[in-house]
Design a protein around this ligand. Structure first.
Ligand SMILES: [Zn+2]
Length: 380
């Protein structure tokens, strides 16, 4: 199939506005498997867009040689609405400024939407069950009447992703090493993905509590399986959030290397009939996200880091000092901020002025931490 560029105009919520939503489709339309790749759902995170810019020619080249064994849906800017939100020369890409809602939270609960429609219709054939579930989800999406541009955008993205066997959502942290968020059932099955992309950590959570995009399909299948005992319902979409370093790490050199690595993963899975090349070095095994400490500052201050990304730390070790900015000790006192777990420093904050409660680091440990079980696990 030729390379298809599908553009939809999303009508704006204000008069005279419309936003281009572009989806690129590559590969045989009748291929049994589908790969969905998207970047910049948080519209201020562009390493994934750079990666897909470099991956697209590789996919097109493979397509021209007849090597694609899957159809690819590629959305290098999945959230064009978020690109327009500029205020006082500052780009607000993480939140919808109208509602304040994080673009990667509160995605629809598809089990609530289709669970009752599927009940009683599942049989003993796993593939037929998956096809029925996907058809029911597509019909539900098509029945929706979006009230806002953001709602329409979300439905367009879900429509594109819902029937994919691999759904990879490309993000980045503030200042960070490469890592993955995914569902516990998908590991170690996706260990080859972690190896290929060079992940320093794979963090798993069944439900991080925020309704993130990457949890929509796993939650659907997990709940359908629980609600329909005796009927085979696999987790039919291998879904993961890939965190490609930090917000400023947008360079051709990273993008080209990351694209080559992701291409290697796709070849290794037989989704592209090409030689994946030498096997990458093994990445660390997955750990529960509950074992990752999100370090916050107890008051406002200026952060002076004592550790680098990737550095191993022990519980109680100071990882930064918080320089006082107010009160009698302003500009002289330094308060150590200590690690609450043994582990390694996965991410830091690019901004060094930290209002009270700001997250300044993630430390990847191996044992679930008190206060990190069963609740809301995300940073915002
Ligand atoms: Zn993000």
């Amino acid at each position: 199939m030729p390379f298809e560029r599908k553009t939809i105009l999303i009508p704006g919520d204000a008069p005279g506005l419309a936003t281009e939503f572009t989806c690129l489709r590559i590969g045989p339309a009748d291929a049994p498997r589908k790969v969905h790749l998207q970047a910049a759902l948080h519209a201020d995170e562009h390493p994934g867009t750079m990666l897909l810019h470099h991956l697209l020619p590789l996919l097109r080249g493979a397509d021209e040689q007849g090597l694609l064994r899957a159809r690819f849906s590629v959305l290098p800017l999945v959230n064009p609405l978020g690109l327009a939100n500029l205020s006082l020369r500052h780009h607000i890409g993480r939140y919808d400024p109208n509602s304040g809602i994080n673009f990667n939270r509160r995605w629809p609960d598809l089990f609530a939407a289709v669970g009752s429609l599927v009940a009683g219709r599942l049989g003993d054939d796993e593939a037929a069950n998956v096809a029925l579930i996907r058809r029911t989800v597509a019909e539900w999406i098509d029945r929706q009447q979006p009230r806002t541009a953001v709602e329409q955008l979300r439905l367009l993205v879900l429509r594109e992703a819902h029937d994919a066997d691999f759904v990879l959502d490309l993000h980045c942290d503030s200042d960070s090493l490469i890592h993955i968020f995914t569902s516990p059932e998908l590991m170690p099955g996706l260990q080859d993905l972690a190896d290929w992309i060079g992940a320093t950590a794979t963090l798993t959570a069944a439900d991080s509590g925020g309704g993130s995009f990457d949890e929509v399909l796993p939650l659907l299948y997990r709940r359908l399986a629980a609600a329909n005992p005796g009927r085979p319902v696999p987790l039919a979409s291998a879904t993961a959030t890939l965190e490609y370093r930090g917000q400023y790490d947008v360079f051709d050199s990273h993008g080209a290397d990351d694209a080559r690595r992701l291409f290697g993963f796709l070849c290794g899975r037989g989704l592209i009939a090409a030689d994946p090349g030498p096997k990458p070095a093994p990445a660390p095994a997955a750990t529960p996200f509950e074992a990752t400490e999100i370090v916050r500052v107890p008051g406002p201050g200026l952060v002076a880091y004592r550790v680098e990304l990737g550095e191993r730390v022990t519980q109680g070790q100071p990882i930064a000092d918080l320089i006082a900015l107010h009160g009698p000790d302003a500009f002289t006192a330094r308060t150590p901020i200590r690690a609450g777990t043994d582990g390694f420093v996965l991410s830091r904050s690019l901004a060094k002025y930290a209002p009270r409660g700001t997250m300044i680091a993630k430390i990847v440990g191996t044992e679930p931490l008190p206060g990190r079980t069963g609740g809301y696990l995300l940073e915002d």
